[in-house]
Design a protein around this ligand. Structure first.
Ligand code: UDH
Ligand code: NGS
Length: 360
């Protein structure tokens, strides 16, 4: 009897030991996988940033990222060099950049800083300018962002977009049009101002108008112009990756100089949220233009979730205004634009243009 119970006790003891060992093994495997899952997004983002297609910094471009702190003369000299660079002698870049990598992971829980973005994009010129090395860009693209108090979103935008735009082999500049003061927001007027101010800087022939909180999820969605006005943010996460309605033209769009001028630019009198993008659509349609779009898959993008901003409440006049676009568009647009330029800052990653847009 005693021998039997001793045997049972020994077996139980061995089983328990085995169980404890198995548990320890299980815990270690779980810990290893957990640590790797923490590492992964970081590794991916790093990879994404480093595959930006920019050549190692040219000798004559060294120090460009420090340009904001340089004396004005020196900075102007560098800008002149940038403008004079003999791009004409180079062969045209291919229609589709060989540097594209396809679907991208876009994650807003990672921590990013402007210093990090600067470090990871050493080939940028003052004011957030870049151009392809080794071939001549097909278009000169000004990227215009309407802005007021969205610094965190802008940091994400710069972090994700600069590497993408460089891989797309664009000759581009980033213009953040900052509405000064606390009056009611006017997105479309800021976009008009961006058009005018960007052209003072460089001979751009294509304009991309982008909200600050939208990030493309595939670098084949090229931020350039097409034979028809382009809608780029066609498949947003917040709409379940589909168009909310066929005429939707909000978020990110692009237009050549000719297309933009044909519609007299954008309306200046949409104060507050909503309708200005529908007015732009009406303008394009009234001039017989069609909207070009990437496929739903290529056009996927993520929006940074946010609450409604102060002084950007829905505009009660928007429905009435979009019903009369055809009658108003020739009088209200780039030909009637008035604003006060308050400050222009060539920062390392973008040009910040602060303006007084007035009030309704
Ligand atoms: N913008 C600013 N600051 C503002 C308002 C607008 O920078 O105070 C810019 C910014 O580029 C933004 C764009 O204008 O991406 C369009 O404005 P929006 O983001 O307010 O428009 P959206 O339609 O959102 O994306 C509307 C409010 C949604 C509230 C949802 C509450 N759950
Ligand atoms: C429409 C608005 C557009 C707006 C779109 C998406 O109703 O300006 O919703 O809005 N048009 C009018 O109000 C006339 S969103 O869901 O992104 O807030 O862009």
């Amino acid at each position: 009897m005693a021998v039997d119970s001793a045997g049972t006790f020994n077996r139980l003891q061995r089983t328990c030991k085995l169980l404890v060992l198995l548990c320890l093994l299980h815990i270690s495997v779980t810990v290893v996988f957990y640590i790797r899952s923490l590492d992964n997004p970081f590794a991916f983002a790093q990879n994404q940033q480093s595959r930006n297609g920019s050549a190692p910094p040219d000798r004559h471009l060294e120090g460009f990222t420090r340009a904001a702190q340089q004396p004005e003369e020196e900075q102007q000299q560098q800008e002149k060099q940038l403008k004079d660079e003999p791009q004409e002698k180079l062969e045209k870049c291919p229609d589709t950049s060989p540097l594209l990598v396809g679907p991208l992971r876009v994650d807003f829980s990672v921590t990013v800083s402007l210093d990090q973005v600067k470090r990871e994009n050493p080939g940028l010129g003052p004011g957030g300018r870049s151009w392809p090395r080794g071939c001549r860009a097909l278009q000169k693209v000004a990227i215009i962002i309407p802005f007021r108090r969205r610094e965190e979103h802008l940091t994400f935008w710069l972090y994700y977009l600069h590497p993408i735009l460089q891989r797309q082999q664009l000759d581009y500049g980033v213009y953040v049009i900052n509405q000064d003061g606390d009056e009611i927001f006017n997105r479309a007027k800021l976009l008009n101002i961006g058009y005018v101010e960007a052209l003072k800087e460089y001979d751009y022939n294509c304009f991309v108008f982008s909200d600050v909180d939208l990030i493309p999820m595939d670098d084949h969605n090229t931020y350039r112009c097409f034979s028809q006005p382009r809608h780029l943010s066609v498949s947003m996460d917040k709409f379940g990756f589909r168009l909310p309605y066929n005429q939707y033209f909000g978020g990110v769009s692009s237009m050549s100089k000719e297309q933009y001028l044909k519609i007299n630019g954008f309306p200046n009198n949409y104060w507050g949220w909503g309708g200005e993008d529908d007015d732009i659509y009406n303008r394009l349609a009234s001039k017989g233009m069609q909207i070009s779009r990437p496929s739903g898959e290529t056009g996927k993008c993520r929006m940074i979730r946010h609450n409604r901003d102060k002084q950007n409440e829905p505009n009660p006049q928007r429905f009435n205004r979009i019903a009369h676009t055809r009658e108003t568009m020739d009088k209200d647009g780039i030909n009637s634009l008035s604003y006060r330029l308050l400050k222009k800052e060539k920062l390392d990653l973008y040009t910040m243009i602060t303006v007084d847009v007035g009030r309704p």
